[in-house]
Design a protein. Structure first.
Length: 444
């Protein structure tokens, strides 16, 4: 056997060197054993070509794929990065491939517990996935013995993996339509040839163009026409490779067709996502268009701005751990909210509380609420969580804290401020610790 009696790490290195040397196999992606990426980046980074499970024994192919799928599903890796063209599984004797698109529906199973241990083959979740995948693998799996099928394996990698453009796309649901919007603002909005200030005066926002894009049927690149309820709720429609204002009272104010400055950039962006959104989330996305407000969250008065990627990932991790409906099931308190950007993207304003030390920041958040931010004014307040007594909290939040059962559902969600007690002079022995950092707070 070609790779017998070697450790898993050595097996991965040898498989990478022997079969994928023209690619980058060094990138670590969560708990996925083995990844294959192109050497060169494109406009949106590098699209993965292969995610694979690695085993040192002689394993059943279906079992290896089930473990890989459970690993991906548990971390929701497919939501955090573009999925690959292929999933793979290999041991010391053989390697197998399956097109990602043929198994991606598994990741959207309803009422499925993804928190099981992927390596535990006895769970009902493992057995359920195995039953589902075995039929798929019989039709769509390519299995190669390293020695007997050497030429065929080389040909498959050359003609399929190397040329893959990732036909699998991210499905759009209620948890990712806001992060996708934030990327859309950076890539697509700048290439729409329109005067945004004029549109804003007519109460047409960039988010209306984003919704027009979301509800395009990729089969014919036109706004979906079989669901009149959706058409009636769109202020902008995608049509003839451009946009049309759909609001009767203002559409005459603008050109019949708003064009794109760079159609290639537009098409390249939407290759990543499957449009329209999943059927069960379409009404929700239309109803919660208020969440797609212009991003007016900036650094103010020296306050530390939480990078957008941290906001997105932290909310993804909460979804992974607490479940898809966590925002309805839990209460959220950001007690160091600044101007509130950590809360961007949260959907249930009735369960969100935000407090900050600076009253000026409270005023900013109240102003943002007046312009559509998804918060309640009564739930946004000034509070010094290091010194103030809880009696200063709003009554609804006090009732949560004072109720043992409700308190179990309270999430403290913050990017906390910090200060160092030392300076370079403290370390060198030429100065003292900074005063007022660790000793003058009630929390001490």
């Amino acid at each position: 056997m070609r790779y017998q009696n070697i450790r898993e790490e050595e097996l991965k290195n040898k498989v990478g060197a022997d079969w994928f040397k023209q690619f980058d196999t060094t990138e670590i992606l969560g708990n996925i054993d083995f990844t294959v990426f192109p050497q060169q980046d494109n406009l949106f980074g590098r699209t993965p070509l292969l995610w694979a499970e690695a085993k040192t024994g002689n394993f059943d192919v279906a079992t290896m794929f089930v473990q890989l799928i459970l690993t991906i599903g548990k971390a929701r890796t497919f939501d955090k990065t573009m999925p690959p063209a292929f999933l793979g599984a290999f041991d010391f004797k053989k390697i197998a491939f399956v097109p990602y698109i043929n198994v991606q529906d598994i990741f959207y199973l309803n009422d499925f517990n993804w928190n099981v241990t992927p390596s535990n083959h006895e769970t009902k979740e493992f057995q359920l996935i195995k039953q589902r995948i075995e039929a798929t693998l019989k039709k769509n799996t390519y299995v190669y013995d390293y020695q007997k099928d050497e030429k065929e394996l080389q040909t498959f990698i050359k003609n399929n993996v190397a040329k893959a453009t990732t036909t699998s796309k991210l499905k759009i649901d209620k948890n990712n339509f806001i992060p996708i919007y934030l990327r859309w603002l950076e890539i697509v909005k700048p290439i729409i040839d329109v005067n945004w200030d004029d549109l804003k005066k007519a109460n047409i926002l960039d988010s209306d163009f984003y919704l027009a894009d979301l509800f395009v049927d990729d089969k014919d690149t036109q706004t979906i026409g079989d669901d009149m309820s959706i058409r009636e709720n769109l202020f902008v429609m995608f049509q003839n490779e451009g946009y049309k204002i759909a609001k009767e009272n203002i559409k005459q104010m603008f050109d019949a067709n708003i064009t794109l400055k760079n159609k290639d950039t537009y098409l390249h962006f939407w290759k990543r996502y499957k449009r329209p959104p999943l059927k069960e989330f379409q009404d929700y996305i239309i109803e919660r268009r208020d969440l797609l407000v212009p991003q007016d969250i900036r650094e103010r008065k020296g306050a530390f701005f939480t990078p957008r990627i941290w906001v997105e990932l932290s909310q993804k991790y909460l979804t992974d751990y607490l479940g898809e409906n966590w925002q309805d099931d839990y209460y959220i308190w950001d007690c160091a909210s600044g101007t509130g950007n950590l809360l961007a993207g949260l959907t249930n304003k009735y369960n969100i509380y935000a407090s900050t030390l600076d009253q000026a920041d409270v005023n900013v958040m109240h102003e943002r609420i007046d312009h559509g931010a998804n918060l309640l004014k009564n739930n946004v307040f000034q509070f010094d969580f290091l010194n103030d007594d809880f009696s200063k909290l709003p009554d609804p939040l006090q009732s949560i804290i004072n109720n043992p059962e409700k308190r179990k559902k309270l999430i403290i969600y913050i990017n906390p401020p910090y200060a160092k007690t030392t300076s370079s002079k403290t370390i060198t022995g030429t100065g003292e610790n900074k005063s007022g950092v660790t000793t003058q707070f009630k929390i001490k």
